[in-house]
Design a protein around this ligand. Sequence first.
Ligand code: BDR
Ligand code: CA
Length: 331
Amino acid sequence: MRVIYDCDPGIDDTYALIYLAALAHTQDIELECVTTSAGNVDADQCARNAAWILSLCGLPTIPLAAGMQAPLEWELTTTPDTHGDTGLGYATAPTRHVEHDWAMLWCDAIDRGTDDLHLIITGPMTNLAAFAHLHPQHYAKLQHITVMGGAFLYPGNTTPTAEWNFWVDPHAAKHVFATTPSPITVCPLNVTERMILTPDHLERIIDTLGTSPLAQHLEPITRFYFEFHEDTGDGYQAQIHDLLTVMVALKQVPSDSRLSTADLEPNSPLTRGTSIADDTGMWDRDPNAHILTNADITTAWQLFDTACSTHARIHAGDPALERLRHMRADD
Ligand code: BDR
Ligand code: CA
């Protein structure tokens, strides 16, 4: 499997990156590139954050670029109250030069084939909507697209009815739903809110990471997110939406979905970003979404724990893991 990961790190995006990096180390996936959208923080800051996390994961050379600088029509709103001023809670990524050739990275990956190529988006869908305009022939070839977004007949986390990623750039999401070459897998709050990390579990994760440099940074990154969830009445814990999304995209956790037609309201100040699904054909439109309805959260966390032990073993230079990597690389 090959992966393009488009994200806006972001604290839960960081967990998804750590997971993808472990899979890349064990050659379970090829991480083609990481690109960023403007969402939790601006796109360049998201790219600096992603670059830092990847280098803490021992993957400093993964192709990486910042994407579109603003939503298609609305002004960019970021969310320092949720993810901190830097996007990484109480941590700060080092300053660095940011590339902007994101669409070329996507085209190159698509040119290498799309049967096994997964585009996973855990920020606003701005880049994908722009890509549809910029490179329609490449866009039409995408077969496996998974996004974190939406809240279907379920309370929103940004307005009473809207989820953050869809709310930030509803025009982008609407455009993609209208034009997608094949149904997209949509992971809405209805399910991703169940991916809860507790402080005790974080302590165990940090223990598991051993001498990996991730260990010392994950606590200040995540503590901010715990505090945010406590402030919003969800308790001193955190919902790690984007990590679950990546696992669902790669079919690593048992999950259920329903085939439906999704759309959303982009303009009204009251219902901006509110996602709606037609399950019964009332709109008389083709299905465009597999909407996630359930996922095995216990398995998901077990997979993440294993990924953290991979990082510890990689950092410690475990010879058995090195042999496995070389064997898989030779296959
Ligand atoms: C989504 O919003 C962002 O703040 C998170 O990173 C996640 O992708 C959850 O609504
Ligand atoms: Ca995100």
